[in-house]
Design a binder for this molecule. Structure first.
Ligand code: SF4
Length: 310
């Protein structure tokens, strides 16, 4: 039988301080979401509540998937040409766009990501035409210069890991890197407050991607191209490209400011996580609240969305 007295001198070793596990933060999924509304971010991203907004991702996801597949199809066609298996032009055709569009749409459907409007057929055919236009207008110049699509990059920023998915990384004729980012929308109107705000957010995202690419390659990209795909539907003067020139010193300064803002937001998020508190004292913009799953009973929107007893 065990003699309990033998445990008199039992010493419990002090627990060694363990290294803090670095959290990974992305500009879109974390920083921008938190800045839009920390309550919504806390519930959906941190506490893992299932959001019904995933159907809204259909348009953007489909554009990104088809454009990435078109580039892969181009590479595949080039291989066939180089092996002497075909003499066809390696550029994807309208038929290729249709085939890849169907494939991507079915994949999204199987994940429950579908268009939310009642006019699904019209929406689908419009989007298909848009992608055919992109393929015709940009394909020839763009596809041969692409070195990566959906590039998942990560950089150690000391206290946290910076993570981002860059739609397209291009190596231009001068051997410099460019970043391309597709936006499934029209160019945000610059005569409206919300349009200027939106463009600023996208620019912020690109400044962070510029830093992320520098962490990987040692150099900032020469420029970033924000591509507003829906502009291709405009009959008069479409304006799909917004360029941020990283050779301009002012933009390098902006990258540094954006990184400071990013790090400060990470600190705020970590504080909220520690306390488990995601309270807000002012509401997000009206459009965000209008489709927010948490609007009923939201303390800062209770006038518009009151919780009524049954
Ligand atoms: S209703 Fe608006 S303020 Fe409230 S949680 Fe949703 S987005 Fe945030």
């Amino acid at each position: 039988m065990l003699n309990l007295n033998s445990y008199k001198s039992l010493k419990i070793k002090k627990k060694e301080e363990t290294e803090k596990i670095k959290q990974r933060y992305s500009i879109t999924a974390d920083i921008l979401s938190y800045q839009v509304c920390k309550r919504q971010y806390g519930f959906n991203t941190i506490k893992g509540f299932s959001s019904t907004q995933k159907t809204q991702a259909w348009h953007g996801d489909l554009i990104h998937q088809v454009l990435s597949m078109l580039h892969r199809r181009y590479l595949h066609n080039v291989k066939l040409t180089n092996k002497g298996l075909t003499k066809n032009d390696p550029m994807p055709t309208d038929k290729d766009v249709e085939e890849l569009f169907d494939k991507a749409n079915n994949t999204l459907k199987s994940r429950g990501i579908i268009p939310i409007t009642k006019e699904n057929d019209k929406l689908i055919s419009n989007l298909l035409e848009l992608l055919k236009k992109f393929n015709k207008i940009e394909g020839k110049n763009l596809y041969p210069k692409i070195i990566d699509t959906e590039a998942r990059l990560q950089a150690d920023m000391g206290d946290y890991l910076l993570y981002g998915v860059i739609d397209v990384v291009v190596k231009n004729d001068d051997g410099e890197f460019e970043i391309w980012d597709y936006k499934g929308m029209l160019f945000p109107p610059q005569d409206k407050d919300w349009g200027r705000e939106k463009l600023k957010k996208y620019e912020y995202q690109m400044l962070i991607y510029g830093e992320l690419l520098k962490q990987q390659t040692g150099k900032y990209p020469s420029k970033c191209v924000l591509y507003f795909v829906n502009e291709l539907n405009r009959i008069k003067s479409p304006n799909p490209k917004h360029i941020i020139d990283f050779k301009d010193e002012n933009n390098i300064k902006k990258i540094k400011e954006a990184m400071e803002n990013f790090s400060n937001t990470v600190k705020e998020i970590e504080k909220c996580k520690e306390r488990g508190m995601w309270n807000v004292d002012k509401p997000a913009d009206k459009d965000t609240c209008k489709i927010c799953d948490l609007r009923w009973g939201c303390p800062v929107r209770k006038e518009e969305y009151p919780l009524k007893p049954l």
